[in-house]
Design a protein around this ligand. Structure first.
Ligand SMILES: *[C@@H]1O[C@H](CO)[C@@H](O)[C@H](O)[C@H]1NC(C)=O
Length: 266
């Protein structure tokens, strides 16, 4: 069986750092991370996944969150690790968060794309999802795809498919770069800063002692074969046209020798 379940934070996660600043509440239905001048905090999944559809609802640090970063990512271990990142860069009250994304394959990242969101992510919970199957990685916000990373092994590019990943999240201070490139500093009189998490759902292949929960099953893994259809492509283009503020694939100054190969169309 692949793991299909609504989450319970006690069952699914370990609080890994922050000395009491990470908390599980409401019988495991809610998790909060907080940050003050002394420390941030973080948690990680007990399970490791190799392919899946993973959803979490986040409500980001409200009010003046300038300088804070809420990181939410999947990552394997080691120098040639794979990683799929969301980083939410806080801002002054009323100014927009930036959602910073990146994809690492075999230890190599440098694939940043940044977005504004079409809602205020501190006002309410919204769903942030990663669909990861052998063909593509689709990063979505409230079901709207914002970024797709295709398997291009056919042209010799590495794709994450062998290294199981854990889910991690942390809230920390990065006032030297997070907000307007470090111009706006953290206002510690507003501490502690708190981000909240709920409704974790992993419809995913869990890897334990080298074997995958998906191997032995013919279960209901529609996500394993899911691809972008024309309606999803249309939504993706809408986001990219209206909300994308940085795309490494168009940064010709940064890559004078030529844009990375995955940037060219199929
Ligand atoms: C913060 O707000 C400013 C002004 O609107 C904007 O330029 C910037 O992109 C916003 N986000 C971050 C994380 O700096």
């Amino acid at each position: 069986m692949s793991g299909v379940h609504g989450g319970n934070f006690y069952r699914d996660f370990d609080l890994t750092w922050g000395d009491g600043r990470a908390k599980i509440l409401n019988n495991g239905q809610m998790l909060t991370l907080s940050l003050d001048k002394v420390s941030g905090s973080g948690f990680q999944s007990k399970n490791q996944y190799l392919f899946g559809k993973i959803d979490m609802q986040l409500k980001l640090v409200p009010g003046n969150s300038a300088g804070t970063v809420t990181a939410y990512y999947l990552s394997s271990q080691g120098p040639t690790h794979d990683e799929i990142d969301f980083e939410f860069l806080g801002n002054l009250s009323g100014d927009p968060y930036i959602l910073h994304t990146n994809v690492f394959t075999q230890g190599k990242g440098n694939r940043e794309q940044q977005f504004y969101l079409w809602f205020d992510p501190r006002a309410d919970f919204h769903t942030y999802s990663v669909l990861w199957n052998p063909k593509q990685i689709i990063i979505s916000v409230d079901g709207t795809p914002i970024r797709v990373f295709n398997n291009r092994e056919s042209i010799g590019l590495p794709y994450p498919k062998n290294q199981p990943m854990r889910l991690y999240s942390s809230l920390w201070d990065a006032e030297d770069w997070a907000t307007r490139g470090g111009l706006v500093k953290t206002d510690w009189t507003k501490a502690p800063f708190t981000a909240s998490f709920k409704n974790f759902n992993a419809n995913a292949c869990v890897v334990a002692s080298g074997s995958s929960s998906c191997k032995s099953s013919s279960s209901n893994n529609a996500w394993m074969y899911q691809e972008m259809d024309s309606a999803s492509m249309k939504k993706l283009r809408w986001v990219q046209k209206n909300y994308m503020i940085y795309n490494y694939c168009t940064d010709v100054k940064r890559f004078p020798q030529g844009l990375p190969p995955e940037c060219s169309a199929n």
